[in-house]
Ligand binder design. Structure first.
Ligand code: ARG
Length: 456
């Protein structure tokens, strides 16, 4: 018999029971549910809404239930409607009528709104640690590669020379913002919905500030309707995870490219690659491909949440039970991706020579050749045009700007002298890109130091 069976003259149909039930996926919030109930029972006792002795018995009972779940002596009942009903029923089984007093001045609507917030707050702490760990891993690899020249690309065409460290730190910056986004969302979420009741608060003299404080929230949610209806925080966090996954996915896509024979910039450790069932020569970057694939899945979770909420009248509607699987799936998969990506990156071999060889082709010093003329007084547009002509000449003669004879340069303008070769050498091109945030080793070391300081 359900706890709410009083009004009903029949048992609920079996299929409806199974359809309605959420314990299969909300049981994971048991610790948060019990923590919330302990705070609620404490407040009920302090405010004289139930006897102090009963409040104490309830708290002791809840603590025992928590322990029994944790050590495996108490199993979740798949027939319980949800985790809230399960804990309350178990409490009543143990305490008799005292257990039945716990739900005074509370509804499952404010209870579930509380539990998800507590759960997300806990999970996001783990997530932020993982993001920091990945950022640190990236910084450590970057430290080794401030002089490792590679081509920078636009349109996937070689564009200008950068270093591998500079490329890596672009991701470190994205991850820093990802972490900030999660921090901000958790800050905004940190208001306590408990005491909103079903939707309209309660006539009991509850103290919402007390429960908010007991549960480490900044304050109670200001409007009881909002307290039980709001799932913005799920959407906002899922969006932050979606953006984070998008960053991991772009990084993964680059690693996939870099592993190919066409690039060969990196090689994955054997422990983080997989083979083919038919082609004996293959070493596939499955981990990165899966991360790219799972990004679509997390984006799907975000769309699930947005679509689920968009037409709901206030306040609680059962549709909202669907929030959990979506946000849990987003969290589980993002966590999994971070946990796999970190050691994969840490063990990845960087093939510096190949990076440098690629940078030596593709005229990535053409901008520097134009800048050379500008520094000698020529307007940039004229310098640009002359350099374009020189590149065309090189392509025609199968030469590079480094191997094109000085006479060919001087045919265009006598501003060119012997020092052009020094000016367009790869090392000069990288070293002289020393504007704030640019790839020169000094500028990158500064960026690295700032990142490391923020991480510490
Ligand atoms: N399992 C429900 C959920 O996840 C708990 C809230 C139920 N409230 C209700 N009025 N039926 O949303």
């Amino acid at each position: 018999m359900a706890l709410w069976a009083g009004r009903f003259s029949k048992e609920v149909d079996e299929t409806v029971n199974a359809f309605n039930s959420s314990i299969a996926f909300d049981a994971r919030m048991y610790a948060q549910d019990i923590r919330g109930s302990i705070a609620h029972a404490t407040m009920l006792g302090e405010c004289g809404i139930i006897e102090k002795s009963e409040s104490e018995a309830i708290i002791a009972g809840l603590k025992e239930i928590l322990k029994d779940i944790q050590d495996g002596t108490l199993e979740f009942d798949p027939n319980a409607e949800d985790i809230h009903m399960f804990v309350e029923a178990e409490l009543t089984k143990r305490l008799g009528s005292t257990g039945k007093r716990l739900h005074t001045a509370r509804s499952r609507n404010d209870q579930v709104a509380l539990d998800i917030r507590l759960y997300l707050r806990d999970e996001m702490q783990k997530m932020q640690k993982l993001i920091d760990e990945l950022t640190l891993t990236i910084c450590e690899i970057a430290q080794e590669h401030t002089e490792t020249v590679m081509p920078g690309y636009t349109h996937l065409q070689r564009a200008q020379p950068i270093t591998f460290a500079h490329h890596l730190l672009a991701y470190a910056q994205m991850l820093r913002r990802d972490n900030d986004r999660i921090f901000d969302a958790v800050e905004r979420m940190n208001e306590c919905p408990l005491g909103s009741g079903a939707l309209a608060g309660t006539t009991y003299p509850i103290d919402r500030f007390m429960t908010a404080e007991l549960l480490d929230f900044y304050r109670p949610v200001a409007n009881s309707l909002d307290g039980v209806s709001d799932r913005d925080f799920c959407i906002e966090l899922c969006c932050a995870l979606s953006i984070l996954m998008t960053h991991l996915s772009r990084f993964s896509e680059e690693i996939i490219l870099w592993c190919s024979w066409e690039f060969k910039f990196v090689e994955l450790d054997d422990a983080y690659a997989t083979g083919s069932s038919i082609m004996p020569q293959k070493k596939n970057p499955d981990v990165t491909e899966l991360i790219r694939g799972k990004t679509g899945r997390v984006n799907g979770d975000l769309i699930t949440l947005l679509s689920m909420m968009k037409g709901l009248p206030l306040a609680y509607n059962k549709d909202m039970q669907e929030d959990k699987e979506a946000i849990f799936d987003a969290i589980d998969n993002t966590e999994l991706c971070l946990k796999t990506f970190i050691p994969m990156l840490r063990t990845m071999r960087v093939l510096k020579e190949n990076m440098r060889n690629a940078a030596a082709k593709g005229f990535i010093n053409a901008t520097d050749c134009a800048d050379y003329l500008v520094k000698k007084g020529m307007p940039f547009r004229d310098a640009y045009k002359i350099t374009g002509t020189l590149v065309a000449k090189c392509i025609e003669k199968n030469l590079t700007l480094e191997t094109l004879p000085l006479e060919a340069y001087q045919e265009m303008t006598d501003l060119f002298t012997e020092d052009i070769y020094q000016a367009i050498s790869l090392d000069t091109c990288v070293r002289e890109r020393k504007s704030y945030g640019a790839p020169s080793p000094d500028a990158v070391k500064k960026q690295l130091a700032d990142l490391m300081e923020a991480l510490a």
